[in-house]
Design a protein around this ligand. Structure first.
Ligand SMILES: CC(=O)SCCNC(=O)CCNC(=O)[C@H](O)C(C)(C)COP(=O)(O)OP(=O)(O)OC[C@H]1O[C@@H](n2cnc3c(N)ncnc32)[C@H](O)[C@@H]1OP(=O)(O)O
Ligand SMILES: N[C@@H](CCO)C(=O)O
Length: 384
């Protein structure tokens, strides 16, 4: 399986390749199936200290090291490292690029294969099958099995990573001692689907998108992908955060204009959009946002969210942020009610923060202490 096709960047990711592939919820089997991943810390002799970290929509496996495409620090260096809540001195941390992603796991950017697993010399693009959060989790389970780990101490993730943590607990209850779904929900709301659709429409209306076959001309739909990120990025902040960062500050334009950035907040959004294009693939964006939209754990269990967790022995740590309007606290409370109805062991904390949804990625000491304490308690209980 040749992994990289122009115009996509060449990165030598650490990968596990499963020749027999993965059967997907849509009915198709994708083979071979590759999972790109990184690990931090050391697996103990009992193989009991493994913690799976699940990334959000545009994250990847580079949690706590410079990103190979941007050189920027890992996205959860605030939390993962020696002595930190995800303590590399105590736990063996694993993070995999999701199925459908664009950092080395099988996804739209990788070479398409036929039903016999033969490479077809072009990327999957929009021929990549529709996937679900459960498919992503099944791919991760293959990796965890491959690493010789029969039970994870914990699965931790924010946003789409939290959806995966919930799906792990529901699909593989015997394989997860603890789950920490953060800034997330048991289904994607109508409002969130609506924002995703604006992003997809921006990509698909870029003339460079070419019905998803943009690689043929050696270019990417940069404008559409950038606008998709700009819209999405607004939803990751809050009104207070935008006001605190930029207020109505001007860029210093000499005359009234609408053609260039007038306000600092415009320039900031454009920066977020253009830097995103350097690290993310447009077809992956379409695939993964759809997987989030499909996510509805209650629907997977006959319309009863509690049924997803009934009889579970997994311990849950649910956290939300007070200014998160993308995954508001009301969604976390609904999840906690269902966990209580299922008689699950659950702790819940709402963190006071004005930083919006992305607060889970930022310096939030109360959140860090709460998560670290929960994990340490679980590890103590297992004698890790
Ligand atoms: C969870 C996952 O799995 S991973 C995905 C997470 N990563 C991302 O989402 C990456 C993009 N997102 C961000 O940068 C997010 O805002 C965060 C949460 C990760 C970081 O938040 P903060 O530390 O508050 O950074 P902030 O949002 O202010 O952005 C800083 C950037 O904006 C730039 N910037 C700030 N003001 C302006 C301005 N007026 N004009 C242009 N650029 C500006 C800074 O130069 C900086 O650029 P750089 O990131 O290229 O160095
Ligand atoms: N800002 C993060 C969180 C989105 O939920 C990301 O881009 O993945």
């Amino acid at each position: 399986m040749s992994a990289h096709i122009a115009p996509f960047p060449q990165v030598d990711h650490q990968r596990a390749v499963f020749a027999d592939g993965l059967a997907l919820d849509c009915g198709m089997t994708i083979a071979p199936m590759a999972v790109a991943y990184r690990t931090y810390g050391t697996l103990n002799a009992a193989r009991s200290n493994a913690v799976l970290v699940c990334h959000a929509l545009t994250g990847d496996q580079y949690v706590a090291e410079p990103h190979p495409l941007t050189g920027k620090p890992g996205w959860w260096e605030t939390i993962l490292g020696p002595g930190k809540p995800l303590d590399t001195d105590r736990y063996f941390l694993i993070c995999a690029n999701v199925l459908g992603g664009c950092m080395g796991s099988t996804g739209p950017r990788e070479e398409m294969t036929d039903s016999a697993g033969r490479g077809l010399g072009r990327p999957w693009g929009t021929d990549f099958p529709s996937i679900t959060i459960r498919d992503m989790v099944r791919a991760q389970k293959r990796l965890v099995d491959h690493l010789g780990i029969s039970r994870l101490l914990a699965v931790v993730g924010g946003s789409m990573g939290g959806m995966q943590a919930l799906e792990w607990a529901a699909t593989f209850p015997g394989s997860v001692f603890a789950a920490a779904p953060i800034a997330t929900a048991a289904h994607h709301s109508a409002q969130n689907i609506a924002f995703n659709e604006v992003g997809r429409a921006a990509i698909q209306s870029d003339p460079a998108w070419k019905a998803g076959r943009y690689w043929e001309e050696g270019r990417v739909p940069a404008q559409g992908l950038s606008v998709a990120r700009m819209v999405a990025h607004i939803t990751y902040l809050s009104e207070q955060a935008l006001t605190r960062k930029f207020g109505r500050r001007l860029r210093g334009a000499s005359a009234l204009t609408f053609l260039e950035d007038v306000f600092e907040v415009e320039s900031y959004l454009r920066h977020q959009g253009s830097t995103f294009v350097r690290r993310f693939d447009a077809n992956s964006y379409l695939t993964i946002t759809r997987a989030m939209d499909y996510f509805d754990l209650a629907q997977e269990h006959g319309g009863d969210l509690a049924a997803a967790f009934r009889g579970t022995r997994t311990r849950f740590f649910v956290a939300s942020f007070s200014s998160d309007w993308l995954f508001p606290t009301t969604e976390s409370r609904a999840l906690v009610r269902a966990l209580n109805a299922a008689a699950a062991n659950v702790s819940f904390v709402e963190i006071e923060s004005d930083k919006g949804h992305d607060a889970f990625l930022l310096e939030e000491p109360v959140f860090h202490r709460a998560l670290g304490g929960f994990l340490a308690g679980c590890a103590d209980r297992l004698g890790v």
